[in-house]
Design a protein around this ligand. Structure first.
Ligand code: NAP
Length: 257
């Protein structure tokens, strides 16, 4: 079913073929959307270009989300290419490796601010840049990716959990600001998946094992599962949903024991 046919989507956060953003981009393509991807630096450009070719996606430019000039250039290029934008996927997060394996208490002022800037503020910056392009299309939908560490204290997730809590709050406030323009904003709280980012978290495999043992579905999350939910939220199937954090974690978040 081509539920995203005729829609145009910017997907930010593809680092390699294990990235959650890549699964989302692939599924959006299968659903009929036209895709634009960004990359961060030359090394990633080399990985992103061949992936983009697989789904006939445009590589719209370099985007470090801390760089306002690059944000302006990417959205300027999208305006020129498409005149508007229907869907935005924000799948970006960063914390120093040392902060994902030490006591949370020890995080420095500098690292705390940087983690918040890249992992939470960047959603606000990208949503602001997307607003006029989505308005030009009569509305749009934005999806970001969160994790249970936003609402529970999960060993080693530390400052990233604080940033995810901020990210989920940003989703709620953005949804109020953008709702009158028919722009929806939601987060998917995904279960553990083996990616470049998650490999930095100490004892990540223990977290993943715990989910397999204790989740209601008694198995690991498949990376295609958050991607399927992203397509639903980004498309008309999610037309009544905004400001939400939707758990796609084989049910793990509801378990108390
Ligand atoms: P990933 O493949 O490593 O993707 C993370 C992306 O963020 C990378 O493309 C990375 O680029 C990018 N990034 C970091 N700093 C950036 C910056 N300053 N500007 C632009 N991009 C930047 O890992 P992933 O697991 O798919 O992560 C995607 C999202 O899902 C993240 O928000 C993550 O927290 C969330 N999530 C992941 C899991 C999981 O278990 N994997 C679970 C729940 C939620 P570089 O490689 O160049 O830094």
């Amino acid at each position: 079913m081509e539920i995203a046919k005729g829609k145009r989507a910017l997907v930010v956060g593809v680092a390699n073929d294990k990235s959650l953003a890549w699964s989302i981009a692939r599924q959006l393509h299968e659903a009929g959307a036209e895709i634009a991807l960004t990359y961060q630096g030359e090394v990633l450009e080399k990985r992103v270009r061949p992936l983009a070719a697989q789904i006939e996606a445009a590589v719209i430019g370099e985007l470090d989300v801390t760089n306002d000039d690059q944000i302006a250039a990417v959205f300027g290029a999208l305006k020129e290419k498409w005149g508007g934008l229907d869907m935005l996927v924000h799948a970006v997060a960063f914390a120093e490796r040392e902060d994902l394996r030490d006591r949370f208490l020890n995080v420095s002022r500098k690292n705390f601010a940087r983690t918040m800037e890249i992992s939470a503020y960047s959603l606000v910056a990208l949503a602001r840049a997307a607003e006029p392009l989505m308005e030009a299309r009569g509305g749009g939908s934005i999806v970001t990716l969160s994790y249970l560490g936003a609402v529970r204290a999960i060993p080693n997730y530390n400052v990233m959990g604080v940033a995810k809590a901020a990210l989920e709050a940003c989703v709620r406030y953005l949804s109020i600001d953008l709702g009158s323009k028919n722009i929806r904003v939601n987060a998917i709280s995904a279960g553990p998946a083996r990616t470049l980012s998650s490999s930095a978290i100490r004892d990540f495999h223990t977290m993943a094992h715990e989910v397999e043992q204790r989740s209601p579905l008694r198995r690991a999350m498949d990376v295609e599962e958050p991607a399927k939910m992203a397509v639903a939220l980004l498309s008309d199937l999610g037309s009544g949903v905004t400001g939400q954090t939707v758990y796609v974690d084989v049910g793990y978040n509801i378990v108390g024991f």
